[in-house]
Design a binder for this molecule. Structure first.
Ligand SMILES: Cc1ncc(COP(=O)(O)O)c(C=O)c1O
Length: 330
């Protein structure tokens, strides 16, 4: 393995804290709960993308690129952190965003503006074409674009989460703690691919559960394969011998509610519970949904009382400020 030799541009505050959630564990009647605070990665209000972007931006700089191009939803955390990474690295940033530009930017979108990213608004079906066209136009102007796919989920980006798993294993070793289950929100798959590959490389013995945020059953059928493919691209990139197959990847489904980014009772309760028991803020789209699912699984006794479950907080809190109406609804 040659991670240390790969191009990397430092962006994140690492290691992120590993904390106990004693009041929540007690309130829910066990298991013991831990939280890995990737909401504290520090890049423009934190989140999981800072880890992926260290390797993506490193690669972009090594290739002599001058512009990061990526795409996402209007409240994309990935776009917000890409805009911040570009600013820190002295690169330009072009964002392809779904929908119509709102009159007043809120949440992540406000940060995209402040961070100086250029925005291109398109309808979602035009996204793939725009991701082809825009880099061509930039090249014709003499620019050198580096295209980052949605969520930064490829072998290069997932390297950030192999490193994260190595970091977690160090923290567990130092603190003498043992983890039986790890759970987090999964969407474009890079976070899960890196965690699964990192787990295999480090010999982590607990179970890993990606909580599907945005795929219904039909779409989700190939998702395990997609995650395994990203993990294998990553293994090739970092020079690891291991390879994963779809059966190595565990995805929990059934918590989609009314759909992607639609806040329901599950998210509302989970966000209040975490905030009021532990003073930690979750986001409405990813960590709120994933933690809501974890609470439901605990109530259904899917974990034994004496087990330890780690919730990996992947960030996203800036989106809260675009969801006030939905979050205050009862
Ligand atoms: C806050 C947050 N958590 C989790 C995820 C899911 O990570 P991945 O896309 O790597 O599956 C995202 C992705 O957009 C995110 O923004």
């Amino acid at each position: 393995m040659h991670i240390a030799k790969l191009p990397r541009f430092l962006l994140a505050q690492l290691p992120t804290p590993l904390e106990k959630l004693p009041r929540l564990s007690q309130g829910l009647g066990g298991p013991e709960l831990l939280i890995k605070r990737d909401d504290q990665t520090g890049l423009a209000l934190g989140g999981n993308k800072a880890r992926k972007l260290e390797f993506l931006v490193g690669d972009a700089l090594a290739k002599g690129c001058d512009t990061l191009v990526t795409a996402g939803a209007a409240q994309s955390n990935h776009c917000r952190q890409t805009a911040a990474a570009a600013a820190k690295a002295g690169l330009k940033c072009e964002l392809i965003l779904n929908g119509k530009k709102p009159a007043l930017p809120e949440g992540n979108l406000l940060l995209d503006e402040l961070l100086g990213a250029t925005q291109h608004w398109i309808e979602r079906p035009q996204r793939a074409a725009k991701l082809q066209e825009l880099p061509e136009q930039l090249r014709a102007q003499g620019r050198k674009p580096y295209v980052i796919g949605v969520g930064g989920s490829n072998g290069v980006g997932a390297t950030g989460y192999v490193v994260a798993m190595i970091e977690l294993m160090d923290q567990l070793r130092t603190s003498g703690q043992h983890v039986d289950h790890v759970l987090f929100g999964t969407s474009s798959g890079g976070t899960q691919a890196g965690i699964e590959l990192g787990a295999r490389i480090t010999g982590f013995t607990g179970k890993i559960h990606g909580l599907s945020i945005d795929k219904d059953d039909e779409e989700a059928e190939d998702y395990e394969l997609e995650v395994a493919d990203i993990a294998n691209d990553c293994a090739a990139y970092i020079g690891a011998e291991v390879r994963l197959s779809r059966s190595d990847i565990s995805v929990v489904r059934g918590y989609m509610g009314q759909g992607y980014a639609v806040v329901g009772d599950l998210e509302r309760e989970a966000i209040r519970l975490m905030a009021r028991c532990e003073g930690i803020v979750l986001d409405p789209v990813y960590a709120g949904r994933a933690f809501g699912a974890l609470v439901d699984l605990i109530r259904k006794r899917r974990f034994r009382r004496e087990e330890t479950v780690l919730f990996w907080h992947t960030g996203g809190a800036p989106a809260l400020f675009a969801y006030a109406r939905e979050l205050l609804q009862r």
